[in-house]
Design a protein around this ligand. Sequence first.
Ligand code: NAD
Length: 333
Amino acid sequence: MSHVITLIPGDGIGPEVTEAVVHILAASGVAIEWDRHDAGATAVERTGRTLPAALIDSIVRNTVALKGPVTTPIGEGFASVNVEIRKTLNLYANLRPVANLPGVDSRFQDVNLVIVRENTEDLYAGLEHVVVPGVVESLKIITARASTRIAEFAFDYARRFSRRKIAAIHKANIMKMSDGLFLESARSVASRFLDIAYEERIVDAACMHLVMRPEQFDVLLLPNLYGDIVSDLAAGLVGGLGVVPGANLGEGLAVFEAVHGTAPDIAGRNVANPTALLLSAVLMLHHLGEARAADRVRDALHGVLSARAIRTRDLGGTASTTEFADAIVRAMA
Ligand code: NAD
């Protein structure tokens, strides 16, 4: 049976890394029909809109999407397409497994943690206004409903994938009401999952512990903003943004995308590392019930990385995006 999947190449290095992943998946033995749609700057040029309605319709119809990164201008212009997609489709959980890869050097060797980030509220509600000239207010929205839902997701995930411990990350010593509510919700869910250990860490201390002894962490449960920041920090523990995958999950809908952005500094030069999007696609294959193809792709990727001969520049090599993708395809033959 062929899977119909929405493909969003995106901006910057997006089209390069998505093309590489499409090429590799075509060799993995799984039948996929891609339903391609533009978003972001590319969509504005072609349709005048950053998030065309046809794209949302496509994800709702196909229920699964693979997405490249999309540009969000800082401090002006259109709202974040990423935030819009997550909010419109109610993709409330952002899942980011962060683990060492064979052959990828990093300061640590025993990192194997999973970041579960709330995806719909917090300071990402986008509610900002000028109170008086020179004073701006930005509203941090935390609800019991969304906090409970993401905590349930994290505990369910831990149970399903045999994870032992969840650390809720917060700053409730300062934001006593908002982060306090997040913690209260997490505690209430934890009391229903007594087989999973539960602890709480203040976000600044958690960051220090992450860069000193990351192996002590298992599943991290975070509100939106801390989740965003800690995800990039955690990516740095295992080799950088080029190697960390992600998934945005909601009720019956899933959008898989790498943690990294459009990397304008290297876009259009065929040097980006497609590993992060490829590992996102491996998560997608598991989601689709294609475990064999997922394992094939992962094993081929691990084989190429372990051999250390063909790697992209971010990992210390000289291979182009397409040379790296071709090597993975050959490793699957
Ligand atoms: P970035 O992730 O694009 O780049 C940060 C650094 O990591 C750069 O030096 C870049 O070259 C490097 N890098 C990132 N991905 C790489 C890869 N696959 N291979 C090799 N090197 C890689 O972060 P940024 O520069 O802060 O953001 C650029 C743009 O991307 C912004 O418009 C931002 O809003 C957007 N963005 C989009 C998403 C998304 O669509 N999900 C996520 C983050 C940032």
